[in-house]
Structure formats: C-alpha cells, structure tokens
Design a protein around this ligand. Structure first.
Ligand SMILES: NC(=O)c1ccc[n+]([C@@H]2O[C@H](COP(=O)([O-])OP(=O)(O)OC[C@H]3O[C@@H](n4cnc5c(N)ncnc54)[C@H](OP(=O)(O)O)[C@@H]3O)[C@@H](O)[C@H]2O)c1
Length: 499
C-alpha cells in the first residue's frame, strides 16, 4: 500500500469513521471510496481533495461550540463578553471551535452594559447558572473570597463542569479545596487572570518551565501601589496626594486598604508560592507591610543611594521553610524590576536551569484581564486538563513557614533622633551590640521628617543603612533604641534587596 493509503487508514481509525462517510461528507468524491476499497492509489485530483479534507478535519467533539455561563458582568465580565463578540470568528479559525456565551448572571438585569443582555439566558442566582445544563463551562467574575463566587464555583465543579475565574481572594482562601474538588470530578479550574492580570505567569509556571525548579519568585503585583510609588518618585508628591489621584483615576478603590496595605499582593503571592514550590496555599502565613508609611524623605534618600522603592511580594526557600513576605523594598535603580513603573506588574522567576525569567505587563484592567480569562477558556475548549496547582493535591506538601525574624538582608532604617548630646552615639551602640554593622549613616537637612505630635524638643532625621543582618537583630536593637528615649516616634524600616 502507498504511504497515502496508510495515512488515510490510520486517520480513519483515529477518527473511528467509515471510508464511505469520510468520502461522502468530507472529501465530496465517491470515486475515493472505490479506490480505497480496491486498495488503489487515488487519481491526482482526488488525492488533493483527500489530503485537504484530512488537514481541515475538526473532530466532532471539538467542533461543537463551547457554551459559556458568565457570572459577573462588571469590568472584567463586560470586557470578556465584548471580546467574544468581536473576535468570535477569529477564534473558530484559530482554535477550531466556536465559543458562545449562552447564559449570564449579575446583580442588576437592567443595568446598561454596552451589550444586549437579553440575548443571553439570565440568572439572578450565580449558583443556578453554574448548575445550568445549558452551559459547558462556568466563568466566575464576581469577586470575593466567599459568598456567591465560592458557592457558584463549588456548584459548577460538583457538577463536573470546568471553571475559569479571575478571583485571587477566592483562590487564596479556598484554592486547595477547589483544586481537590476539580480533580475528584475530573473538571479543570483555570485562574490565569487571578495573578498579575494580563501576564501569563500561571501557565508559565504550570507548563512552560519544563524541569526548571524555581528557587525564588518576586514581583510587583499591585498596580495601585506601583502607580503611587512611581508618581511619588517622579513628581515629589506625598503618599496621600498620590492616593487621592489614584482614586480619582479609578486605579484605587474608595477604601484602598486592601491594595496599599499589601493584602492584594499577598493573595497573589500565596498562589504563586504554591505553584513555585509545590506546597499548599498559605495566604494567612505571609508577612505583610503596606506602603502607607513611605515618605518623600525615604524616596529621596533611596534615589540618592541608587535605589527605588517598590512594593514587592517575595517567596523563597530558606533553611527553616518557605519565607513569604510582602513589603516596600529598596531595589537597585539598575535592576529590571526597578524599571517596571506606573500601573504595570512584573513577576520574576529565579530558577536553577534558566536563571532569571521576568514577565512584565498590564496587571489589571478589563481587557488585559479578560484576555487571560479567554486564554484559559481556549485551553478548556481544546480539552486541556492539568492539575490546577501544578501537581495533584495529594502531592502538595504542607506549608512550612520560615519565621520572618530569620530573614537576612540589608536594612534602611529612618529615625527621628532628639537633638541632645550622645543621642546618635547611643543608637549606633545599640545596633553594634546586636551585631549589626552599618554601611552608612545619613543626616541631611533636606530630608527632615516632621517630629511626632507632642514632641517637645528639636529632632533630626537620620537614616542608617545596614550591611546584611538578621531581622531578629534589627527588631531587638530598635526595641532598645526606642526604650532609651533618644528617638521620637516609630522607626521606619525598609528592607533592601540587591537583585
Ligand atoms: N478589574 C480588574 O482589573 C481585575 C484584574 C484582575 C482580577 N480581577 C478580578 O476579577 C473579578 C471581577 O472583578 P471586576 O473588577 O470585574 O468586578 P466588578 O466590576 O465589581 O464586577 C462584579 C460583577 O459581579 C456582579 N455581582 C456582584 N455580586 C453579585 C451577586 N451576588 N450575584 C450575581 N452577580 C453579582 C456585579 O453585578 P452588577 O454589575 O449588576 O452590579 C458585577 O457585574 C474579581 O475577582 C477581581 O478580583 C479584576
């Protein structure tokens, strides 16, 4: 038999299809069936038709449209519906399958959304939508760690339906439980959009790294904080003024605590840590400090020393376990992460085989986030199914927290020291007693920070930069410095990372 006849035979076997049906429905040339029965090489024109039909063939299971139910039609949900309407035909061409929104849920049915909601089956309750027999895939874009988002995602997985969500709060709290449920029911849960919005970091970690092992992950994962710190650095504006602008521009919520307090970054870091180190998600075990106390003095001194201040989420193995921390960080101005400004996000993966890999891009916004949601949807449309957390849940190790007091690194310490004889000497003695050596001591009249309310005498702002030391030593020394009474107010401590 010729190579072509071999190829046709194995193709028909793979598709479990009779030669007659293939000839009639897909090749459109009855002569082909005779040729095949006789084991005869088809004529040239028939050959060409057969080859083209095999190349264009889309298996029936895959060719059926994938029917979506979308719960949440706000910033991300609305952008997703718009995207699916404008690129529906492109998606069929590129991915061989039509993606159709068939049903939706939101709070208000009458709200104007820029598309006609009446085209879709409406559900007041997202759980009913998740259970609907009319959908193949449930997309959760409501938000919140519990409540309707959690109930609906569980309901979809219970019914064996795949789920796509952008909800980091939900995953940070229930990720392991939901991944286990997905495994049990043979379903898939995609959450590319939950970490760093439009940046495909989850897929990179789950599927792109091959055998490379991550040794440390760090990143800028909150656009609001990055926007505020960038403007404070570029324009000399105070934190409260920058925050007000960010709120006016829609980059920050009316209650900004979740973003500027570092909690949003912590949720994303917890998810990344599990994927990087094969452990359970442990969002409650993260050391978190926000950016609220960063002053213009800190920004200026950092710049003069060759650093920028960024809010980073960092996770790494150390001898005691896994260290997860979120805090403002001095990073060298020349480092790649320092150049990620404004609302952009970046995640850097340090690995054994491919050294450092940094992914940067839009961390939020309707269309960037919807693009990541759609990438997960397309994976499901192609029948993709990998363990949601990179490994089966039974193989995840329990999270072992490395206490923050064992963290080692350089420190920036800003103190308001009373202007009395011996005050600075007393501070440096306390640090030296704790085994901390100083790289520099900076006193500049132009970076004077206002003394605490109630302070009676004059104070001077002094900045100390330490060599590498341990967090426990810094805390112990600063407790003694405070007790000695030569300083006013709480010390400002910012950790330094020399990436
Ligand atoms: N926005 C971003 O840039 C971004 C980036 C990354 C990840 N995410 C995540 O994406 C998810 C959605 O965020 P978003 O910014 O699109 O939120 P959003 O604009 O506030 O939209 C939330 C949607 O959920 C609906 N909803 C709220 N409660 C509901 C309930 N009980 N039942 C049914 N529907 C309900 C709302 O309905 P109504 O419209 O009727 O009020 C609204 O359509 C969140 O998990 C968020 O963390 C967002």
């Amino acid at each position: 038999m010729s190579d072509l006849l071999d190829e046709i035979e194995s193709f028909l076997m793979r598709q479990d299809m009779s030669p007659t049906r293939f000839g009639r429905e897909f090749v459109g040339d009855p002569q082909f069936v005779f040729d095949l029965r006789e084991g005869r090489e088809p004529r040239r024109d028939t050959r060409e038709k057969v080859i083209a039909a095999m190349a264009a063939f889309v298996p029936e299971a895959v060719a059926k449209p994938l029917r979506l139910g979308i719960a949440g039609l706000g910033t991300v949900g609305g952008a997703l519906v718009g995207m699916l309407q404008t690129c529906a035909d492109d998606l069929v061409r590129k991915h061989g399958r039509r993606i159709e929104v068939v049903a939706v849920a939101a709070r208000s049915r009458s709200r104007q959304r820029g598309f006609d909601v009446s085209r879709y089956e409406w559900h007041d309750n997202p759980v009913d939508l998740a259970k609907s027999r009319n959908i193949d895939l449930f997309v959760e874009l409501i938000g919140g760690e519990d409540g309707p988002a959690y109930a609906a995602v569980r309901a979809a997985l219970e019914a064996g339906k795949p789920v796509v969500t952008a909800n980091k709060a939900l995953l940070a709290k229930h990720g392991v439980e939901l991944a286990a449920l997905a495994e049990q029911r043979g379903a898939y849960i995609g959450f590319e959009a939950a970490v760093a919005g439009g940046i495909p970091v989850i897929k990179t970690l789950r599927e792109g790294l091959g055998a490379a092992k991550v040794t440390r992950v760090y990143g800028i994962m909150n656009g609001t904080c990055n926007y505020i710190l960038t403007r404070m650095g570029n324009e000399g504006i105070s934190f409260p003024d920058c925050l007000r602008d960010a709120q006016a521009l829609g980059y920050a919520e009316a209650d900004p605590t979740f973003d500027v307090g570092g909690f949003d970054t912590a949720h994303k870091l917890a998810i990344l840590t599990a994927l990087c180190f094969g452990c359970e998600i442990a969002a409650d075990e993260i050391f978190v400090e926000g950016i609220e106390s960063i002053s213009q003095a800190d920004i200026k001194v950092a710049r003069d020393l060759g650093y920028k201040i960024k809010l980073l989420g960092i996770a790494q193995h150390n001898p005691d376990g896994i260290e997860q921390r979120v805090h403002p960080t001095l990073v060298p101005e020349s480092s790649a992460i320092a150049r990620v400004d404004h609302v952009l996000n970046a995640v850097s993966l340090e690995t054994d085989h491919i050294n450092e890999l940094m992914l940067a891009g839009p961390g939020a916004g309707g269309s960037a986030t919807a693009a990541s949601v759609l990438a997960d949807i397309l994976d499901i449309a192609r029948g993709h199914n990998v363990p949601p957390l990179g490994a089966p849940v039974a193989e995840l190790t329990p999270y072992r927290r490395a206490p923050m007091r064992t963290h080692e690194g350089g420190y920036y310490i800003r103190l308001n020291i009373r202007d009395v004889p011996g005050a600075l000497a007393s501070v440096t003695t306390r640090l030296s007693e704790a085994g901390i050596s100083l790289e520099s001591v900076i006193q500049r009249p132009d970076v004077q920070v206002a003394a605490e309310t109630g302070e009676t005498g004059p104070t001077r702002t002094v900045i100390l930069i330490t060599h590498e030391t341990m967090e426990a030593s810094v805390r112990a020394a600063l407790a003694k410095v405070t007790d000695d009474g030569f300083t006013s107010g709480a010390p400002q401590v910012i950790r330094i990372e020399n990436f």
